[in-house]
Design a protein around this ligand. Structure first.
Ligand SMILES: Cc1cc2nc3c(=O)[nH]c(=O)nc-3n(C[C@H](O)[C@H](O)[C@H](O)COP(=O)(O)OP(=O)(O)OC[C@H]3O[C@@H](n4cnc5c(N)ncnc54)[C@H](O)[C@@H]3O)c2cc1C
Length: 475
């Protein structure tokens, strides 16, 4: 492979020197995403301004046999954007233009580096929004959402990213610009958009996309209930779903999250509670009756307090803990790892107790904040990454929780992807035949694995530099 100096010189000529970053800054800032346990630094980072810039970079990488890794905002939670074999990181963050809005057809075309929230802001005056709303939405990008098939609080009712993508422009691994789908739904043939969405940046670089826009509901009611125990809250979730109610969002936060939010922001949440549930019903007037029914179910599960929003200001206040919860947890420990499993919703009470048990056994603090309605579990292990024994404990605890999710008929990821984090666990979910079929499909898009190597499939293990992680390094 070319050395760093040659890469910088050649890429600066291809783009401009203001679009190329190297040296200590690039190495430190781009050696991981929000999963900080595994790291590998890039040789160089480039910032294309257009699909043609991306095409030039990819063609250069292919000619010189240099691995390349697409990257959005780097908020991924499974190591998807870390450059597992070094090479070039292609950061899409300067491609953030809204290209076309068609209000009548309720569609929009945008560049992949647009922050998620900017799509909604661009059409707010027409009472429309982009429905996928990861909790990182103020920074995470459209390209990252597409690659991870991201969810969010409101995807319980409105569906995950794949349900809102109509067309994709992709620079493929040969450096060709390819168009899939377009402005209208229902292109015939095999659903290639369905394959690209969720491929975690291993099928090429997404540069633009047509997205669906969703009308804002005319009525929204939000309820915040507190419970003495996490079990009472998760039982409420199961009971609401069993009653046939489909809230727009149903979010769980445990006592540790409440403690962290109150220490940071003093928002007036009830103290000394086991858990909070934030439930939102929306649509037409029927949302008012639905929220009343959820309130009754929460009361039957001995809710300690229940507050229902009657206006937008109160609604925003009730959402504060959920929106600021993960950030506030940063006060409790120097490092955190957020896991992401899925279980049948009816199993939430017992699996959550299992999570607390594993944490206690390993001597770790754990906080839980997750999209309960989807059966997502996001145990956040809090630790000190300066202590190697803590890192080992966190990795082992995470694996135990994920194995329990598999045993319950669930999955090792609901929305955060496999990346490098879950690569060892995939073989426990799929048969060798299933994995080999997935490898064959990937080989069609990415023969030779120059695009984001070392990710998703177990055969793609790579030389990730494992910082502070002392279990055997996958090679
Ligand atoms: C506080 C916090 C809250 C979060 N909440 C949620 C949540 O509610 N729901 C949820 O699903 N996730 C959540 N996430 C995870 C994360 O924000 C999402 O996965 C998000 O979609 C990643 O977007 P990104 O731009 O940061 O992508 P990155 O982290 O930069 O990249 C993610 C993956 O996408 C690939 N990629 C990025 N851009 C492109 C592109 N243009 N073309 C091809 N591949 C590309 C990368 O190679 C990588 O594999 C959260 C993360 C944090 C830190």
């Amino acid at each position: 492979m070319l050395d760093e100096a040659s890469l910088v010189a050649d890429l600066s000529e291809l783009l401009s020197d203001r679009q190329v970053l190297s040296g200590a800054a690039a190495r430190r800032a781009y050696d991981c995403d929000a999963y900080t346990i595994q790291r590998r630094h890039p040789d160089v980072v480039v910032f294309p301004h257009s699909t043609e810039d991306v095409q030039n970079v990819v063609r250069f990488c292919v000619r010189n046999d240099v691995p390349f890794t697409p990257r959005g905002a780097g908020t991924g939670l499974s190591g998807g954007a870390l450059p597992a074999e070094g090479g070039v990181v292609i950061s899409l963050t300067r491609m953030r233009r809204i290209l076309e809005v068609d209000i009548e057809s309720r569609v929009m075309k945008a560049e992949a580096g647009c922050p998620n929230i900017s799509l909604t802001r661009a059409v707010a005056e027409w009472n429309l929004h982009f429905a996928p709303d990861p909790s990182s939405q103020t920074v995470c990008t459209l390209g990252g959402n597409i690659s991870e098939n991201s969810g969010g609080p409101h995807t319980l009712k409105y569906g995950v990213t794949t349900d809102h993508i109509l067309g994709i422009t992709l620079v493929d691994v040969h450096g060709e610009i390819r168009e899939f789908g377009g402005k209208v739904a229902g292109f015939p043939g095999i659903d290639l958009i369905g394959l690209i969405v969720g491929s975690e940046g291993t099928f090429g670089v997404v540069t633009e996309a047509w997205v669906r826009l969703t009308p804002n509901p005319s009525v929204i009611r939000t309820l915040l209930a507190s419970f003495r125990t996490a079990r009472a809250a998760t039982q409420t979730v199961s009971d609401i779903i069993a009653a046939g109610i489909l809230p727009a969002a149903m979010e769980f936060m445990d006592g540790s999250v409440v403690e962290a939010v109150e220490a940071a922001f003093n928002t007036g949440l009830p103290r000394n509670v086991g858990a909070l549930l934030l439930i939102e019903c929306d649509g037409d007037e029927s949302a008012i009756a639905e929220i009343e029914r959820t309130k009754q179910i929460a009361q039957r599960n001995d809710a300690l307090t229940i507050e229902v929003s009657s206006d937008e200001t109160q609604r925003a206040k009730l959402w504060t803990a959920r929106k600021k919860g993960i950030g506030a947890l940063g006060r409790l420990a120097p490092s955190m790892v957020t896991h992401d499993g899925v279980i049948p919703r009816s199993k939430l009470p017992e699996v959550l107790e299992f999570v607390y048990g594993v944490a206690a056994e390993k001597g770790l603090r754990v906080a839980n904040i997750f999209h309960a309605g989807d059966g997502n579990l996001h145990p956040i292990f809090l630790f000190d990454d300066r202590k190697p024994e803590d890192v080992v404990a966190v990795v082992e605890a995470g694996e135990r929780v994920m194995r329990r999710c598999i045993a319950e008929g669930g999955s090792v990821t609901g929305e955060h992807g496999i990346g490098v984090e879950k690569i060892d666990l995939l073989a426990e979910m799929f048969s060798p035949e299933d994995l080999s079929l997935q490898e064959d499909i990937r080989a069609v898009f990415n023969p030779g694995s120059l695009c984001n190597p070392g990710k998703v499939l177990p055969s793609q293990k790579s030389c990730v530099e494992v910082k502070l992680r002392s279990r055997p390094i996958p090679v």
